[in-house]
Structures are given as C-alpha cells and as structure tokens.
Write a protein that binds this ligand. Structure first.
Ligand code: RIB
Length: 297
C-alpha cells in the first residue's frame, strides 16, 4: 500500500508579533523566518514519521526547489512534483504571543495541476493505495472523481473552506477530517452534533473526524463514535497542528490500528507540535510522540 498526497507546497514567511495586525494598522514584527510549509507538505512530513511509502505530488516554481529537497530529507518520494513557470505558493503567517495565527495565502504553482498531470500521476497508483487531499490546489473535483474511478481510498481534509467544496461528492470520501467550523459550514448546521448527524445519515459509509481544538476530537462512522479529550500543553504556535493530526491519524488508521489508539496518537503528536514554533518544522518524530505518550498515561 502506498499513500499519495496530492497537495500544496508553500513558502511560509512567519512574522512573530505581539498582536495580529488590525485593518489600517502598521506594526513591527519581533522576528521573521522563511520555512517549508503548505498543508500538503506539512501532512506529508507528518505521515512520513510513521509510514514508509509516502509520495507527494504537486507543483513548485524555481523559487521552491528547497521545498522538494526538504521533503526528500524527510524520506518522502518527490518524483511526482513538477516544475511550474509560476511562483511557488506563499503563506504570510503572523503568530502572536498567545500562539494564535492568521494566514494569507498566495496560490501560485499550487494551481498549476491540470488534468493531464493528474492522469499521469494517478496512472502509477491502484485500488490498494490511498489518496490524501487538502483544499489548497487546483482540479480537486477531478482528482476525487478519477481516484474514485480507480478504487483508491480517498482521505479529504477540506481546508481551507472554499465554495468549490460544495461540488465534491462526499460519497466518494473514505475518511473526512474537518474542524468544527468546517463541519458546520459543509453541513450547513449550527452545531457540531447536528453536523455529525448530517454527515453520518447523508454519507452512511463515511469515516468522519471532527477536531475540536483544545477540547479534543471525535471519530464517527456507522459502527462507532469515539471521543478523545484534548491534551493540555503550553501553546507556542498552533500553525500546522491540524496537519500534524491528519498525517499521524491517517498513517495509523490505514495500518489498521484500533481507532482509539489512532485518535490518541494523532492528538499527542498535534499537541507536541503546538509547543514549538513553525508548521512543518514543529512536527515531532515518532520517538518524541511515544516518549510524550509515556509521560501522559
Ligand atoms: O496549516 C498550516 C499551513 O497553512 C501553513 O504551512 C501554510 O502554508 C498554510 O498552507
């Protein structure tokens, strides 16, 4: 079994600020850092900490070659990353003293994935393989439809939410990972409980995870509903915490581990990532997660 993550690759520019800038305001940053990021790249890095066959597909410009080198250094196969004439995707990220962030995205090369390229990549994968998707690249609906035709299992983390999501057929999704806001938005409901009811009745075969920030997460499918409590840590930077959760959960889940263990493992990894600055560079190693687990039992 291989996992193909068709996802974004961004150059993250992190500004450390006291408070996130308000409209009309000019503020000074305490520091600035350029780092590898993008929900796609981050999730590949998290996956590769406990899964061997991770392939990342996507597009970068000349300015993004260091992102490909970084993925290689994390044991991720990069043969499906193509060079685009566009600038690499960029994210301007402010992180405040409470560890909260705000992000402005520039799509760039992430929107250079056309049908021909997608067909070429999917050609090398089959029904035993997993396709992981976020929502920061072009041709998402096409990717979902084509991978489904091949019988691949599709995992979707539809972040950030866009209008295009309404066009996706969630019957084709094996595992959907959403936060509270995304759950309510897609389901068009006012509460998490109503949203869960909506997903499980409308898409009876779906495996659903709703992450609840510091309150933990919930897994639901037609057989079971499991709640994982939040793990308390001192927050330094929450950027990439959701990506860390997704990567670790997907890796364990498709290795057939017990769902309760998958949820706990992903929550521990995500909590650890919040204690460090950065997105991909804050993703903990498998050893660190196991060590943290020993301290948390
Ligand atoms: O989830 C965090 C990521 O969102 C950042 O790395 C940034 O690139 C944006 O895609």
């Amino acid at each position: 079994m291989k996992i193909l993550n068709f996802g974004s690759l961004n150059i993250d520019i992190f500004f450390r600020v006291e408070n996130i800038v308000k409209p009309g305001e000019t503020i000074s940053a305490k520091s600035i850092e350029k780092r590898p990021g993008g929900k796609g790249l981050n999730q590949s890095v998290a996956l590769s900490k406990s899964f061997e066959n991770v392939y990342h597909a996507g597009s970068v410009g000349d300015d993004g070659i260091f992102l490909v080198d970084y993925l290689k250094s994390e044991n991720i196969n990069t043969k499906y990353i193509k060079k685009s004439d566009k600038l690499t995707g960029n994210a301007i990220i402010q992180v405040d003293d409470k560890g909260e962030n705000s992000i402005v995205l520039y799509k760039g090369a992430n929107f250079d994935n056309d049908k021909k390229f997608i067909d070429e990549v999917l050609n090398d994968f089959s029904k035993d393989d997993i396709l992981l998707l976020q929502n920061e690249i072009s041709s998402m609906k096409y990717l979902i439809d084509k991978a489904y035709e091949k019988g691949m299992k599709i995992v979707l983390n539809p972040s950030p939410i866009t209008d295009e999501i309404k066009e996706f057929d969630f019957n084709k999704i094996d595992l959907l990972l959403v936060n509270e806001i995304e759950a309510k938005n897609i389901a068009n409901k006012n509460s998490v409980d109503e949203s869960i009811d909506y997903f499980t009745t409308t898409y009876p075969n779906i495996n659903l995870i709703v992450t609840l920030g510091s309150k933990g997460s919930i897994f639901v499918n037609k057989n079971e509903k499991i709640k994982q409590e939040g793990i308390k840590v001192q927050s330094v930077d929450s950027t990439g915490a959701g990506d860390t959760f997704t990567g670790f959960f997907v890796s364990y889940f498709y290795q057939g581990k017990n769902v309760r263990d998958c949820l706990k493992f992903a929550s521990l990894a995500s909590a650890l990532s919040v204690t460090k600055s950065g997105a991909s560079i804050s993703i903990p190693s498998l050893c660190d997660v196991k060590e943290f687990e020993r301290k948390n039992v």
